[in-house]
Write a protein that binds this ligand. Sequence first.
Ligand SMILES: Nc1nc2c(ncn2[C@@H]2O[C@H](COP(=O)(O)OP(=O)(O)OP(=O)(O)O)[C@@H](O)[C@H]2O)c(=O)[nH]1
Ligand SMILES: [Mg+2]
Ligand SMILES: [Zn+2]
Ligand SMILES: [Zn+2]
Length: 413
Amino acid sequence: MTTVICPYCFARASAARLPYRCLMTPTGVHGGAPCAAETDKAWAAFQGPRTPRGAQERGPVFTPARRLPGLGGAGSSVPCPRCGVPTPVRVCAECHNDLPSDYCDQDSRIIALVGAKASGKSTYVAVLRNELDHRVGQAYHASLAAMGQHTQSRDKEMAEDLYERLRLPDATRPSALGFNDPLLYRLSLPRRGRLRVSGTRHTTLVFFDAAGEDLAGAEAIDRYTRYLSAADGIILLVDPLQLGSVRDRLPVHDGPPLPVVETAPRQIAADLAAQLRTHGKGGTDKRVTTPIAVAVTKTDMLRSLLDPHSPLLRNAAHTGGAYDAEDRLAVHEELRALLVDWNCGSLLRQLEHDFARLSLFGLSALGAPPPPDAPADVPKAGPQPVRVEDPLLWLLALRGLLPVRTAGKEWTR
Ligand SMILES: Nc1nc2c(ncn2[C@@H]2O[C@H](COP(=O)(O)OP(=O)(O)OP(=O)(O)O)[C@@H](O)[C@H]2O)c(=O)[nH]1
Ligand SMILES: [Mg+2]
Ligand SMILES: [Zn+2]
Ligand SMILES: [Zn+2]
């Protein structure tokens, strides 16, 4: 039996028990009257008080009386008890959000994306999505499909903005102004047996692109608790331009002005760990067991502070479609040394004290700073990302979803 975690409210339910929503098809099957919309109180309560009244009127939700064998599987429809028209749309029993049709048929992995305001979260997900579709997808024979109307249209808008209009994303609206829908993808990877590839394995990836304001301070993070405690992995983005000693060391440059100082990454990490611990994510030594990838973003701005041979300057090779554990370690060690050099030893100690499974990463979504005369634009050459895929691949490899190469040998777990 498949257990589904709602990507909106994170309630768990058996896929076979999910209610359905009638689509109010105008032509009833037996010539009967179509269903009329009803106020969906559960959905309206979840969306918050700003939901317009009209939008609260939705197709009636019903629980099929008796599940016939074979029903409830991929793409199956169930007739509405009132109008008789079959509907394929399943909803979460708690929050009544519609679940994309294939969401309920496979395992899901929730990846929490956190970071201070303007640390680069929205740019990162959009570029990561594109890389998984192209370069990285090719290397791992993987494909990524947006699930549901919301993710599909947001993906399209973001891709047009970043890659065609060369515009950077706007600041994400804080949750006080309305719920930000999660991004839902179906990741398909070759299923590897002991000896050979046998078929395809589908995994649902759920990303949340929160607004930085919503992660500033323990109280604000509280609202994200269910999401964070349901997460299989966390990606914490750290903007190096927020670190005092990096700001001091950067050459007086002709790029856009340095961003205003936001919530310290150390604070976010500490609040995050405290939240996760109170929700049972602490191990016997109190360290949080959820794996956390801490990624320093905007590494294109740091070129003058890096050695020309630094692994941060080029993408991993992904030879043979395997995740390179040694390359990960080289990046981790490089960042460790850099953080110490940048007087960020206390951030490191905090992270190591709080998280049992931690790896450091460095990435650039754009590959170059935005043009100095147009700070809201992508560099003229378009995004030239470096190492954006590493944190996600590490989290997937930890879950046994990717083959891992250590010291030149490849093995699957
Ligand atoms: N140099 C450089 N700047 C970047 C990069 N990615 C993002 N930025 C800059 O950081 C700004 C903020 O990026 P966003 O992706 O909107 O950041 P966010 O974390 O989503 O911000 P909020 O939604 O407000 O929390 C952008 O407008 C760019 O100026 C990068 O790879 N390199
Ligand atoms: Mg954003
Ligand atoms: Zn729900
Ligand atoms: Zn109906």
